[in-house]
Design a protein around this ligand. Structure first.
Ligand code: PLP
Length: 373
């Protein structure tokens, strides 16, 4: 039966990609990439053509986030998952404290718990749909939280921990929040992300905006003689980034698409523009859910509802998995919920690349399908 539901074209979004990562890549970016098909793609990452794109990306990210004095944009390979391991080896002296409120936060916790050279971390945990918070604790040298928990659609403010030991670092996973949500970087030491979310590029890189204290910590730990695998050596990443390079070969297309996208976002008005556009998309989908008889925002506290990723629960009578399947058959893709959350839900990315008018159109398509399921 679901196979026969055809959504009329005039209801459909112009672009049907609503995935939380990999997310919508602007066709203009891919076209720009095709224009450098013979001059950039397939050329050495140690030469000028590629180093210029790395420089463009680092400069663009710095401009976008109004990078404070002394902070640096560091990039390397392996995406955010590699950054967690890099931070485990290179930023945590001994004891970390985590605010864990979803699957992504939990992965960093696991990396640190498994490290035999670190003390047992403190973990403040909250169930999916709510938030956990950091609290001052003597002896903790690194605090870690998540700006936007992509698995649940909960966003929190980036704020230093009042009363933390002097010199304690704050590490913020901004993989999906960065670029969609307002942030003041002086409130954190490391704001790290990967470009396949709000920055509408492809995966494989991590990008970390690091404070002077964080850079100093990386050097201090390396000097201590701790064993650090070469690929995860943060000091190497810092040194290579300063040379507009990466330790090993990066995905050139990812670098180019990210640089292209950041330039586009800066030209639109930077973070202020981006956050406003995501907020508009969020107002569209949460407003629709509030009015709907069958849909409700999963995150009950409106102040925690993310403007980067929306999670919408459906009433028992509506099979969200079937709904996502019909949408997919109609070219509207990746609205399925985070698999481990296990809810009767749709998840929709609201990154600045997504047009708020397309989010409006999506809500109309959902209504259309629900009536016919
Ligand atoms: C996607 C995501 C990650 C994982 O990023 P990878 O580049 O795939 O390793 C980590 N944290 C958050 C919050 C994410 O959304």
């Amino acid at each position: 039966m679901t196979d026969s539901i055809r959504i009329p074209d005039d209801l459909k979004p112009v672009d049907g990609r609503f995935g939380s990562g990999p997310s919508k890549v602007r066709p203009e970016g891919v076209e720009a990439l095709s224009r450098v098909a013979k001059t950039f793609m397939g050329t050495s990452h140690r030469q000028k053509a590629v180093k210029e794109q790395v420089a463009r990306l680092r400069r663009g990210i710095g401009e976008f986030f109004s990078i404070p004095d002394g902070y640096e944009v560091i990039i390397s390979n392996g995406g955010t998952s590699a950054f967690w391991e890099t931070a485990t080896f290179g930023l945590i002296r001994d004891r970390a404290q985590f605010a864990e409120f979803g699957e992504f936060g939990a992965k960093f916790v696991k990396a640190v718990k498994d490290a035999p050279f670190l003390g047992e971390p403190t973990v403040h945990k909250a169930p999916g749909g709510s938030a956990a918070y950091l609290t001052a604790e003597a002896g903790v040298d690194a605090y870690a939280s998540v700006h936007n928990e992509t698995s649940t659609g909960v966003a929190v403010q980036v704020k230093r921990v009042a009363g933390a030991d002097p010199g304690a670092l704050l590490l913020t996973d901004a993989t999906s929040g960065g670029g969609s949500l307002e942030v003041d970087l002086t409130e954190t030491d490391v704001y790290y992300l990967a470009p396949q979310k709000a920055f509408g590029s492809d995966g494989g890189l991590w990008i970390a905006l690091m404070s002077p204290a964080a850079i100093e910590r990386a050097h201090e730990i390396k000097a201590s003689g701790r064993y650090i695998p070469q690929f995860l050596d943060l000091v190497t990443a810092i040194e290579q980034s300063r040379l507009e390079q990466t330790y090993n070969t990066p995905a050139l297309a990812t670098v180019f698409l990210a640089a292209e996208q950041v330039d586009w976002m800066n030209a639109q008005g930077g973070l202020g523009w981006a956050a406003k556009r995501s907020a508009e998309s969020a107002a569209a989908i949460y407003g629709w859910a509030d009015r709907s008889a069958v849909a409700t925002p999963f995150v009950t506290d409106p102040t925690l509802r993310s403007n980067a990723v929306a999670t919408i629960d459906f009433a028992d009578g509506v099979d969200a998995a079937a709904l996502a399947k019909v949408l997919r058959a109609n070219g509207i893709v990746d609205t399925e919920p985070y698999r481990k959350l296990g809810r009767n839900q749709l998840r929709v990315a609201l990154y600045p690349t997504v047009d708020p008018a397309d989010v409006e159109a999506l809500t109309r398509c959902i209504d259309y399908v629900v009536e016919r399921l």
